[in-house]
Design a binder for this molecule. Structure first.
Ligand code: MRU
Length: 381
C-alpha cells in the first residue's frame, strides 16, 4: 500500500479538492479510494491508497480506518476495488471477495451492511464498465448518506444538551464520551460528537470528558484532537475516572457511539462502555448512544450472546504505541512479557442501561418497539 511522507499535523491544510478532509474519499484521478492512516494521528498525517482488496482488508484490520460507519464505507469501496482489479470477474468471484471483505473485523455490523449494499447495486449489472460505475456510485452514496445521517444525529441530540444547559442556567454541560465516535470514525460530524459540535456551534457552553486511554488511546489520540481542532473545551481522563467524576457531580450526560446495536437496543461499543453505563445508572445520569441505522443489526435481539466480540492481538495492550521525534511509529513494552494478556476490543451494554438512542430519525428508547416506531420499514425483517 502506497503511503505519503511524514508531515506534521499542524501544518496540514485539512483539505481535499478544496473541501474539509474526510477520513475516506474517492480520488477521481487515481480512480481509487484513499484514507487517512489513523494510527499516526494526531501527530502525523499519512494518506494510504486502497489499490487492492488486500489493501482494504489490511487498512480495516490494522485500523488505518476504524469506527463503525467508516468501516462500512471502506468495505463499500472494497467492492469497487475488487471490480477495479478484475473488471470481468464472475459474480461468484465477486461474492467471494465480498465475503473476504466482510470478515475483516467481526463486531461492527456496518461492514457487512456496506459491502452488501454495494454488491446488491452492482451484482446484476452485465456490462463490466457499468458494473464498476454502479459499485463506485453506491459506495459514494453510502459516504454521503452517512455524513447526512450524522448531521441529523447532531440536530436531534442537540435537544438533550439544550435541556441540560437550560436546567443548569447556562453553566457548562459536562459530557463524557468513550473512544472515538467523531468525524474520523464517521465521515463527518461523528455520531456521539455530532450533538456536541451542534451545541458548540449554537454557543451552548459544553465541556467534554474524553477517555479510552487503553487499549488503543482512541479517545486521547483522536477525540481529543478532533475536539481541540473545533475549539471545544475538553479534558482527557483515564478510562477508570468516569465513575469518580460522576459521583462528584462532574458529569451531566454520557454520549457514546456503537459498533452494533441489536433490534432490542443492546449496544456493543469499545471495551469499557458497559462500565460507564453502570456508573451512569448508579449515579442517575443519562446515558445516550448515538448511531446511524446502518449500525442496527435487525436480525438479533440479545447482544451479549449474539454480537461477536473481537479479540485483538494482546500486543496492543502489552505495548503502548506512539510516534518518536522523527515521526516513526514506535512501541514501548509495559508488562512482563511472560504474563499472558487478553485484548477484548468491545463489550455489550444491555438496553436496560441505555437512556435513549439518538438516530438520524430522532431519539427513541432502547426497546424493540420504539426502534421499530422510528424505522417501521424494518417490521417485516
Ligand atoms: O476499535 P474501534 O476504534 O473501531 O472502535 C470504535 C468504537 O468503538 C466507536 O465508538 C464505534 O465504532 C462507534 S463510531 C461512530
Amino acid at each position: 500500500m502506497m503511503t505519503d511522507k511524514f508531515q506534521p499535523m499542524e501544518e496540514i491544510k485539512m483539505l481535499v479538492d478544496n473541501q474539509q478532509m474526510r477520513p475516506i474519499w474517492f480520488d477521481g484521478e487515481k480512480k481509487i479510494a484513499r484514507v487517512i492512516d489513523q494510527r499516526m494521528l494526531p501527530h502525523k498525517l499519512v494518506i494510504a491508497d486502497l489499490n487492492t482488496v488486500d489493501d482494504v482488508i489490511y487498512a480495516i484490520q490494522e485500523m488505518f480506518v476504524r469506527g463503525a460507519p467508516l468501516i462500512g464505507a471502506t468495505g463499500a469501496f472494497g467492492v469497487y476495488t475488487a471490480l477495479l482489479q478484475n473488471q470481468t470477474c464472475t459474480s461468484e468471484d465477486l461474492v467471494r471477495e465480498c465475503n473476504r471483505l466482510k470478515s475483516a473485523r467481526p463486531t461492527a455490523v456496518n461492514l457487512a451492511w456496506g459491502v452488501d449494499r454495494v454488491l446488491e447495486a452492482c451484482l446484476n449489472v452485465n456490462v463490466p464498465a457499468d458494473r464498476l460505475n454502479a459499485a463506485r456510485n453506491e459506495a459514494l452514496a453510502i459516504v454521503e448518506d452517512e455524513a447526512e445521517n450524522c448531521r441529523q444525529i447532531g440536530l436531534h441530540g442537540l435537544s438533550i444538551i439544550q435541556e441540560i444547559s437550560r436546567k443548569k442556567g447556562g453553566a457548562p454541560v459536562n459530557i463524557l464520551t468513550h473512544c472515538n465516535a467523531g468525524w474520523l470514525a464517521c465521515i463527518e460530524y461523528g455520531t456521539a460528537t455530532a450533538p456536541m459540535y451542534t451545541a458548540f456551534d449554537q454557543k451552548i457552553d459544553i465541556h467534554v470528558w474524553v477517555d479510552e486511554t487503553r487499549p488503543l488511546n482512541q479517545g486521547s489520540r483522536l477525540t481529543a484532537w478532533e475536539l481541540g481542532k473545533h475549539g471545544i473545551n475538553h479534558t482527557i481522563i483515564t478510562d477508570n475516572a468516569g465513575g469518580h467524576l460522576m459521583q462528584h457531580g462532574m458529569v451531566d450526560l454520557v454520549i457514546v457511539g456503537t459498533d452494533r446495536t441489536t433490534r432490542s437496543g443492546d449496544v456493543a461499543n469499545k471495551i469499557g462502555t458497559y462500565l460507564k453505563a453502570l456508573a451512569a445508572k448508579d449515579n442517575n445520569l443519562p446515558f445516550y448512544v448515538a448511531l446511524p441505522s446502518s449500525t442496527i443489526d435487525w436480525e438479533i435481539d440479545n447482544g451479549i450472546t449474539d454480537i461477536p466480540i473481537e479479540e485483538r492481538d494482546p500486543e496492543e495492550i502489552q505495548y503502548v504505541q506512539g510516534l518518536d521525534q522523527a515521526g516513526n511509529l514506535v512501541k514501548v513494552l509495559v508488562p512482563p512479557l511472560s504474563s499472558p494478556a487478553a485484548n477484548h476490543a468491545f463489550d455489550v451494554t444491555p438496553a436496560r442501561l441505555v437512556t435513549g438512542l439518538i438516530t438520524e430519525r430522532g431519539i427513541c428508547r432502547a426497546t424493540r418497539e420504539d426502534i421499530l416506531a422510528l424505522f417501521p420499514e424494518k417490521r417485516a425483517t
